[in-house]
Design a protein around this ligand. Structure first.
Ligand code: ATP
Ligand code: MG
Length: 229
């Protein structure tokens, strides 16, 4: 648990390399970052600079080549796969670059999923899902499957799913990447609003510098390193 330090998400000297045949690529070369409660941070950087790679490491979806990730005071590297999964489910919400909703389930079922995985009853999970879908403006769409939702609605459903466990830290990888200007604005504001009201940490990858500038800090990922923009 979080002792005296305030940071909800941190990494130290994080590196990640990929070996493709004879080609060795050092994507991340020593990343250090700390995000505190109530803080919002944007990461920008060109395509292929390693933004998604970094998000996957911070979210405990992959393990780094070296360095460590600390989530709510717990070192990810020291945990077994299943313990990492539990920590992820308890403390992190992840919005993927492509929403990753389950196509055969309704919006309500998709959003309820993290609670069901955590062992909550179907009745409670569904009722919580309806409540949060209402917050993101989708009360009328709970019975729709992803293919029956618009792009912005899918993204809002994915945000609702990431928030249903009241995560201390919300990680979003280009959540507004494939949305039009107005919808992107709405989705972004919604995340900021929810983050402020929960005093959680928010980390967003975006190509949109205008949106990035509304956050507390903006970092650029360049040549494998994070620099303050
Ligand atoms: N599993 C993998 N195996 C080999 N190389 C990989 C793997 N995952 C990512 N890479 C390489 O790492 C680099 C960074 O990829 P990443 O997806 O993190 O970029 P990104 O900054 O998110 O780009 P985009 O803005 O296009 O989403 C790319 O050159 C990619 O080819
Ligand atoms: Mg990416």
């Amino acid at each position: 648990m979080n002792n005296n330090q305030e940071s909800l998400l941190a990494c130290h000297d994080l590196t990640m390399s990929f070996q493709e045949g004879i080609l060795h690529v050092d994507v991340l070369k020593g990343i250090n970052v700390e995000i505190n409660a109530g803080e919002s941070v944007a990461i920008i950087g060109s395509s292929g600079s390693g933004k998604s790679t970094l998000m996957h490491l911070l979210g405990g979806l992959d393990l780094p080549s070296s360095g460590e990730v600390i989530v709510d005071g717990e070192k990810m590297n020291n945990l077994s796969e299943s313990e990492r999964g539990k920590l992820r489910n308890r403390s992190l919400g992840f919005v993927y670059q492509f929403h990753h909703l389950l196509p055969e389930f309704t919006a309500e079922e998709n959003v309820a999923m993290p609670l069901l995985i955590a062992g909550e009853s179907v009745k409670k999970a569904k009722s919580a899902a309806r409540e949060i879908l209402d917050k993101v403006g989708l009360a009328e769409r709970i019975a729709h499957k992803p293919s029956e939702l618009s792009g912005g609605e899918r993204q809002r459903t994915a945000i609702a799913r990431a928030l249903i466990t009241n995560p201390k830290c919300l990680l979003a990888d280009e959540p507004t990447g494939n949305l039009d200007r107005d919808t992107a604005d709405q989705v972004f504001e919604l995340m900021m609003e929810l983050q402020r009201s929960m005093n959680s940490a928010l980390l967003i990858v975006t190509h949109d510098i205008e949106l990035a500038n509304r956050m507390d800090k903006v970092f650029k990922l360049e040549n494998g390193l994070l620099v303050l923009n």
